[in-house]
Write a protein that binds this ligand. Structure first.
Ligand code: AMP
Length: 396
């Protein structure tokens, strides 16, 4: 795996694909600069080597049109501030003006291109557009994990114009290593905790992961499809009747593969999908009509705790209950605490994909787990076992 550390950038211009798709308020002020912070180490490495940097990113969904509100012009000052170096903005992505600015760039300087998605060829993965982009740098660095699952011009196609001179930036390399650690090289026992609303959206992940883990913890709304499939009564809980056979098949496959599956045994049921609903703790197989399971119960959490604390490698994707409502956040917080404790005791823990990342941030576990992935869709596709085009393009 070629990373940025395999190159010396003295007198070289790096063309870096970053993910500066940051949120802004109505006055175009960046409200969360995390993504800019995350790209900083790679940029600084190039500058400290004695090279210069051309940054390219998308922002929002302009769909191939020039949408002034989505210009990267608005974030240029913030990028300067975060990096601690002056960043020059050029109001275009390719062509004469961009090439001129890039070739005039002195070592130690940074140039920011306009929103890549103003050009329809970006998302189409246009070759000619990618070739034009490639003229802006000597070495291509991909440091945008969030778009690594897209075969866009700047994330994938451009790499072919740098057959020898292409590599992963620090952020992307870290993501790849973290996923590898869980999916390939993790110390046993390996445990995956999968929650969230539906079996249907997690099915490919579950199937892929059965070959890699020793324990599979199922939580969240998925629980009820598994319980009903085995003959339990789930009342008004979220349940995908058309996925019940699949659930039984997963359990069968798990057994054949020697994977221990842990499904809730008790839950907090509510008489309404509301934070102020009446609640009761019930056996998961005996939920009456008019009631729905919205969080894991205390016996369940004891079981989850025991499994998590003996794990050496942990993957967490998807909340354990409806964590957005305080009354049903206990399970998710408890699981976060167990993972934090296991991590403190030496386990490697990766939190990735969608709502579990939001939960981890909301409840303050971000610094207590080993790694929180920055890429939603890219992370999910990795867990599904897919080869991401942006990663493959650098490996080739
Ligand atoms: P996902 O995007 O598939 O990870 O699903 C996340 C969503 O699942 C969150 O918004 C949770 O509120 C929701 N969720 C978790 N547990 C339940 C449950 N028991 N019933 C309904 N929704 C749930």
């Amino acid at each position: 795996m070629k990373t940025i550390d395999n190159f010396n950038f003295e007198n070289k211009r790096a063309l870096i694909r970053v993910d500066f798709n940051v949120p802004m308020d109505e006055n175009f002020k960046v409200t969360d600069a995390n993504r800019i912070e995350a790209a900083k180490p790679s940029i600084i490495k190039v500058l400290e080597d004695g090279g210069s940097v051309v940054l390219m990113s998308h922002l929002g969904r302009p769909k191939g049109k020039n949408v002034p509100e989505l210009s990267l012009r608005h974030i240029c000052a913030k990028v300067s501030e975060v990096l601690g170096v002056e960043v020059k903005f050029v109001g275009t992505t390719v062509g004469e003006a961009a090439e001129k600015e890039a070739s005039n760039l002195e070592n130690g300087k940074v140039l920011l291109l306009e929103n890549l998605r103003f050009n329809a060829e970006e998302e189409k993965g246009g070759e000619a557009f990618a070739e034009q982009l490639s003229k802006l740098g000597d070495i291509y660095i991909n440091d945008a994990f969030g778009t690594a699952h897209r075969a866009h011009a700047s994330t994938t196609i451009v790499a072919k114009f740098f057959p020898e001179n292409k590599c992963f930036g620090y952020l992307l390399a870290k993501e790849i290593k973290a996923i590898d650690k869980v999916m390939q090289t993790g110390e046993k026992p390996v445990t995956a905790i999968l929650g969230g609303a539906k079996v249907s959206s997690k099915i490919t992940i579950i199937e892929n992961i059965l070959d890699k883990v020793d324990h599979l913890i199922i939580g969240g709304g998925m629980t009820y499809t598994f319980i009903k499939a085995q003959g339990g009564s789930v009342g008004d809980s979220i349940c995908e009747d058309d996925k019940m056979e699949l659930a039984l098949d997963i359990l069968k496959q798990a057994k054949e593969k020697g994977v221990e599956v842990h499904i809730p045994v008790d839950v907090i049921a509510a008489d309404d999908f509301s934070n102020t609903a009446n609640t009761t703790i019930v056996d998961v197989t005996k939920i009456e009509n008019g009631w729905q399971g919205l969080d894991a119960g205390p016996k369940t959490l004891e079981i989850f705790k025991e499994v998590i604390l003996k794990s050496k490698t942990i993957l967490w994707n998807g909340p354990i209950g409806v964590f957005e409502m305080e009354s049903f956040a206990k399970g998710t917080i408890a699981v976060g605490n167990y993972i934090a404790e296991a991590t403190k005791n030496g386990a490697f823990s990766l939190v990735g994909g969608g709502d579990s990342v939001a939960a981890v941030k909301q409840f303050g576990f971000e610094d207590k787990v080993s790694y929180v992935s920055t890429g939603g869709g890219a992370m999910l596709e990795s867990l599904e076992g897919k080869t991401l085009p942006g990663i493959a393009a650098i490996m080739e």
